[in-house]
Design a protein around this ligand. Structure first.
Ligand SMILES: Cc1cc2nc3c(=O)[nH]c(=O)nc-3n(C[C@H](O)[C@H](O)[C@H](O)COP(=O)(O)OP(=O)(O)OC[C@H]3O[C@@H](n4cnc5c(N)ncnc54)[C@H](O)[C@@H]3O)c2cc1C
Length: 402
């Protein structure tokens, strides 16, 4: 077993780390300032556009996408790079065109889109010209069970008519988010896993109404386009906007979420690394009761535990990435669930310790820790709650012994 990164990964890591040092970290304060003063804080802000141009010039672009359309990296090669972007999660993923939910939507269109759908939507997404959203969750039903999704997609001649209400649709507050991929029921009478389909809905279609922005622990997440509640009131799109076939929605959602989940986990490890760095710097520079905080046994325990837990996570994530490359996303199903269970709660633990060590500063806007904590806490819900992943993993484990 070779634990070293290969030459391609090392080269990208070196360039990406330098990009963060030179451009991204200094831009964090500028971004906060621009969000506070912008006419439309949801719009992609000038500092983000400048970073996108620089990243693209340096070949740090579409790193997540394998094959000719993207940077051509494997999951194993991309994992350490996504980790680095996670160190500045509001800027680095967007700057490199590797931000959710666009990444999942680009993968989806790449894999299941028709040539016409790819031309109209995938190409501008790959170029970073527009953004996109994925609309599945609904306020009125328990959406962790995708079979409950109630939005109707009814065929009427050459059109589909869409009626329903969605919420927590990430990215959709950004006016440059031009397209929604909407999940709904085309055939409520079919067997449960064949009732759902996905359709492409351009934002400016009559009947689409972006109602309001949901907050997350009080944060608007303006930098990433927020999380919208959207009403679809008899929205009509041509039948050509169907993704895959009627009834394929559930299967496509599963395919979309595999890479999406590992990407979230990779970035979360980057958040934990940033927290450990901040924790150590604070522990060395702050003195209480006659000695640096870092000389307190309890603080050393937090630092050591954090390092051990993050190393364990990283090995599991890298193994999962390697399995996805070698046996496919389906073959890596158990491991994808395992990292989705392990990563958010472990990183939340690390962030909690870093917040504690920073005292009041830790919960304030002067350090990134509070916002990182809020972000990682939501990962225990987004893309499926912990309990649902545990249920499914445990059932597969039990099946071995039936
Ligand atoms: C920040 C953020 C961004 C999001 N972005 C998007 C997006 O872009 N697009 C989108 O479509 N959705 C998005 N979501 C929604 C997210 O995917 C859902 O919140 C999630 O799937 C859970 O659905 P729900 O909120 O309806 O919870 P429910 O289904 O109502 O579940 C509530 C709770 O019940 C418990 N539970 C459920 N099932 C079980 C079980 N089998 N065993 C034990 N306990 C169980 C769990 O604790 C769960 O948290 C986002 C959510 C957040 C917080």
């Amino acid at each position: 077993m070779d634990f070293a990164y290969d030459a391609v990964t090392e080269d990208h890591r070196r360039r990406l780390l330098a990009f963060l040092d030179e451009h991204v970290y200094p831009a964090e304060a500028v971004l906060a300032e621009q969000v506070a003063t912008a006419g439309d804080p949801w719009d992609t802000l000038p500092v983000v556009e400048e970073l996108k141009t620089k990243a693209r010039e340096q070949g740090l672009w579409n790193l997540f996408l394998p094959g000719d359309r993207g940077a051509g990296l494997t999951n194993l090669q991309y994992a350490p790079l996504a980790e680095i972007t996670g160190r500045s999660p509001h800027l680095a993923p967007i700057a490199t065109n590797c931000a959710a939910p666009d990444t999942g939507n680009m993968e989806l269109l790449s894999e299941f889109g028709t040539p016409e759908q790819q031309h109209r939507w995938l190409e501008p997404l790959l170029a970073g010209e527009i953004r996109s959203a994925f609309a599945m969750t609904e306020p009125d039903v328990a959406s962790s069970d995708a079979r409950n999704i109630a939005t109707r997609i009814e065929r009427d001649g050459d059109e589909y008519v869409i009626t329903g209400r969605k919420w927590f649709i990430s990215g959709a507050m950004n006016p440059r988010c031009r397209v929604f991929i909407v999940m709904g029921k085309t055939d409520p009478g079919a067997e449960p896993h064949r009732q759902q389909s996905m359709v492409i809905v351009p934002r400016d279609t009559p009947g689409v109404e972006v109602k309001r922005a949901m907050t997350v622990f009080g944060y608007g997440d303006e930098e990433s386009g927020g999380h919208a509640e959207i009403v679809f009131d008899r929205v009509r799109v041509p039948v050509e906007n169907l993704v895959g076939g009627e009834g394929d929605g559930f299967a496509i959602a599963q395919a979309r979420l595999g890479p999406g989940r590992i990407h979230h986990c990779m970035r979360a490890i980057g958040m934990a690394e940033r927290a450990i760095e901040l924790m150590c710097r604070r522990a060395l520079s702050r003195v209480a009761f006659g000695r640096p905080l870092g000389e307190q046994g309890v603080v050393q325990d937090w630092i050591a535990e954090s390092r051990v837990r993050v190393e364990q996570l990283r090995q599991l994530v890298l193994k999962t990435a390697w399995l996805m490359d070698t046996v496919g996303n389906k073959g890596a199903h158990t491991e994808i669930q395992a990292i989705k269970i392990a990563t958010p709660s472990t990183v939340e633990w690390v962030l909690d310790k870093a917040v504690q060590l920073h005292g009041a500063g830790g919960v304030s806007q002067d350090f990134p820790l509070a916002s990182l904590w809020a972000g990682v806490r939501t990962l225990r819900l987004a893309d499926g709650p912990d309990e649902v992943h545990k249920r499914s993993l445990a059932r597969r484990e039990l099946a071995k012994y039936r």
